[in-house]
Design a protein around this ligand. Sequence first.
Ligand code: FES
Length: 358
Amino acid sequence: MISDLLNSPSTGKYAVLFTILFFGGIETFAGHIKNSNRTRDDWMSEIGGFFLVSFASFVGLFGISYLGKIIFPDAYYSMAGLSLWIAAPLYMIVDDLAQYWYHRSAHEHNFLWKHHRVHHAAEQMGVMVSFRNSAMYFLFLPNVWIAAIFTFLGMIPATVLGLIVKQLIVASSHSTFKWDEYVYKIKALSPVMWVIEHIFVTPSFHYAHHGKSKADNISDPNGNFGNAFTLWDQLFGTATFTRKFPTEFGLQTDSKDSWSAQLFYPFVTSDKPGSELAKGHKKISSATNEAIAVELEAGTHLWCQCGFSSKAPFCDGSHHGTKIKPIAFEMKKKRKVKLCNCKHTKASPFCDDTHLKL
Ligand code: FES
C-alpha cells in the first residue's frame, strides 16, 4: 500500500497540497490570516509563485523524460532497483545541498537576488511565503531538474518520500505556527531540540533568515540558507542558532513593487523610483573620502561595508545581491564617534584616517 503510494509522482503533489491546507488551516484558525496585513500584491506573489513552481516542475519532469529517452535511452528506469534506504537519503542530500548553494547564490549575486527578493519582501511569515519567487528563479531552480532526473532514473519512491519530508519541513519553517517555540519552553527537552535543530531546519532557524536586520541580534538575513537541513550552514559557516524569533520581517528598503514585476522581471519591470527591478537599475556607491561623525545611542548598530547604503555609514540592506555583509558593533553607552565611509579602514567601523592616504 505505502510502496504503491510512493511509486506515484501524484502522491508528491497531494502531499504539497496537504501541507498547505494543514498549516494554512492552523494559521486561519489562529486568526493569523484574518489579522494579516498582506496586500493584494503579497497574495498575488504567493498564489502566482505556487502556480509558477508547479509549472516549472511539470516542464522539468516532461522535459527530462522526453530528452532523456532520446539522448540516454538506456538510463531510463536503470536505477529503479536501488534500495529505498539508499535512494531516499541520496536524493535528500543531493537535493538539499544543491538548494543550499542556489539559495546562497541568490543572496550573493545580483542577477539571482532580483529573482529571489520577492521572497524577502514578505513582511509577515506564513506557509504561502515559501512559494514567493520569480518565474526565472523557479526555472533555474536545480531541485526541479534533480527531481525530474531521479524520476527518469526510476527512483520514484525515493523522490516522492524526499519531497514529502522536505515539504513538511519547509511549510513548517515558514508557517506562523511556530511549533519549536512551545518545545523550547520545556527545559527537559532542550537536549533533544539541540539534536533536532542541528539536523533539520526549524521555524526559529528559518525565521532568523527572514528577519529584517541583524541589528536585533536574532536575525541573520545573510545566513541560515538551509532548506530542509541545517548541516550545510554549519559546514560552510553560515549557521546562527538563537532559539528566538525576530519581530520584524521584510526588506529594509522596500520599493513595494507590483506582483507582476516581482514574479516576471525582467519581462515586466518596476516603475517605482529606485527599485532594484526598474529597467537599467544599478547600485550607486555612497562611499565618500571622509569620515562621518555621529552620536550613537547604546546598543547594536550595523555599519555598511558594501558602500551602497543610502543611509551611510549605516547599513540599509543594499548589500543584498553581493557577498559583502554589514558589520555589527556594540556601543556600551551613548558616545560621539567617527565612522569610516571610505570603506578602507583597518579599524572598522571606526575611521583610522586611511582616507587621507587614498
Ligand atoms: S548596505 Fe548593508 S553592508 Fe552596505
